[in-house]
Design a protein around this ligand. Structure first.
Ligand SMILES: [Zn+2]
Length: 174
């Protein structure tokens, strides 16, 4: 008569709990950042860990395989990554409102472009389409960056680049 129903108690390992923006319930957070360190995706990964439960993320991974196959997305391609990420944001209900790139504004950043150019500069601003940068290390504007017209709101030595052409961005030590 004293038999306790067996409950699946949480294990002793401290799993962080998040209030998930997709399923609106509390659930286990992702155990680690799902993305490779040193890439733009790390910031998004941190956002996911703070806002999305593991269960929903697993559902996204399943759905993502279908999206990649149906859309024939080659994730080595920046544009395909962009599509994949916006699908992920809408699936997980993680809007672009907290744009992870905004945190780099006014900082020195190192950018690697899809054409393998690495540039260090100060990020002036980030809009939906482009990043605006100034004070490039070495003084010259690297290839792949579009110089801004002086007098059109752009200081000399500043340039923009399409988000889709940015492979990685990280804070620069210099
Ligand atoms: Zn969830």
């Amino acid at each position: 008569m004293s038999a306790e129903p067996e409950t699946t108690t949480a294990t002793a390992t401290a799993t962080a709990i998040v209030r998930c923006v997709r399923c609106q319930t509390e659930g286990a957070a992702l155990k680690g950042n799902p993305f490779r360190s040193g890439t733009l995706l790390v910031a998004i990964g941190e956002e996911l860990r703070a806002r999305v439960c593991q269960g929903c993320y697993n559902e996204w991974l399943k759905s993502s395989v279908k999206i990649v196959n149906d859309g024939k997305l080659d994730l080595r391609d920046a544009r395909a990554q962009h599509v994949w990420l916006s699908q992920m944001r809408s699936f997980l209900n993680v809007g672009g409102a907290s744009d992870s790139w905004q945190r780099f504004v006014d900082r020195r950043v190192q950018i690697e472009t899809t054409s393998k150019v690495i540039a260090t500069a100060t990020l002036l601003r980030a809009d939906d389409e482009k990043l605006w940068l100034a004070d490039f290390a070495g003084g010259a504007i690297p290839s792949g960056f579009a110089p801004m017209q002086a007098g059109a709101g752009g200081a000399s030595g500043s340039a923009s680049i399409l988000r889709d052409c940015v492979l990685t961005i990280e804070e620069s030590a210099s």
